[in-house]
Design a protein around this ligand. Sequence first.
Ligand SMILES: *Cc1c(COP(=O)(O)O)cnc(C)c1O
Length: 415
Amino acid sequence: MSDNGFFNNYGGKYVAEVLRRPLDELEVAFHDAMNDSAFLDELNIIRRDYIGRETPLYFAPTATKLLGGAQIYIKLEGLANTGAHKINNAIGQCLLAKRMGKKRIIAETGAGQHGLATAAACAKLGLDCTIYMGEVDVRRQQPNVASMELYGAKVHPVTSGSRTLKDAVNEAMRDWAANPDTTHYVLGSALGPAPFPDIVREFQSVIGREVKKQAQERGIKIGAMVACVGGGSNSIGFFEPFINEKSPRLIGAEAGGIGPNVGENASRMTGNAARDGILQGYKSRFLLDEDGQALPTRSISAGLDYCGIGPQLASLGRSGRVEFTSILDKEALEAVQFFARNEGILFALESAHAGAAAMKIAKEIPADQAIIINMSGRGDKDVFITSPVFRPTEWLDFLHSEIERLENAKDIHEA
Ligand SMILES: *Cc1c(COP(=O)(O)O)cnc(C)c1O
């Protein structure tokens, strides 16, 4: 838990005056809810019956044999309803909003995964849902936009700035400041102004608590835990019950993109352009230029492609409790193939960064200990990104034939 919104040097609540009241109200409501057994019971039933928890802790025998070292285990968050860990936070915050009497939910989304989870949570809980999404992302991420609309959400394209995630966050903040009484803003990762980093970590820590219990029940000795780090929600939730213990090693895998130069990666802890700064309401580590402006980022995985990292992880990186490593796009792609072929498990590109980091350190950990990889999501969603890399000609043929099929069947929508 933060100390008044701070994790040592990082965190805080650097927002316009109009946002102070909704943030303070949210903080009070959150602490009330977490001490209300009726709220926690309802949340646990939804986790069990709707999300599908607990998710399995899978022993990967072939990977263990091939990598030669630690026993490899995979926490299958990708089996959660909607395909990734993001639903844990979306459901938690939407249930909290309902308890606060709010009927309208807004959220930002970049790649669309958080928008998708929030739209699903709102459909399940009967809440009105608006998703802010940069116009550029709306065009790039049509499959997720289509799913959000199926869940009944309104997707609002943001046309300001670079028309991507950061602008969607600004637009959602503006909406919240104008409508605090009716509306809750479901922030999607363990960052932003306090109390969001505490709230998101708490709702995601169900992952780490399950791992701890599963390992204890099965006598698994954990040597290291590895998670990918975008904003930091799956990693901080996975690490949470272990942070105040000396072991296991906790390892965060950032997006190394195509190389170490500015604009080629999203390495906020290990990168050349990483520095302390204040952006979008909180103090943390960001990729910034000399004037404190956000730098362009790059990653094959849309979910890791962000210029900031959650303040608690920034602090844990500084203290050394969490180690950070950077994984290149091509290493992530290799990890996708390795686990698909050898274990029948299709990692999301984000999660494959954790898989790749585990592959690198497997030999450092003795064979009587385990490395646990958090597979934050499954890879079905990435077929539009991986296919052009793995089988470019066939994929192009497929797209051409799809266009032809649709143009020749203009009445298809009347089905
Ligand atoms: C969004 C996303 C991430 C990155 O977000 P965090 O907040 O860092 O967890 C990682 N994996 C998947 C599958 C995602 O959808």
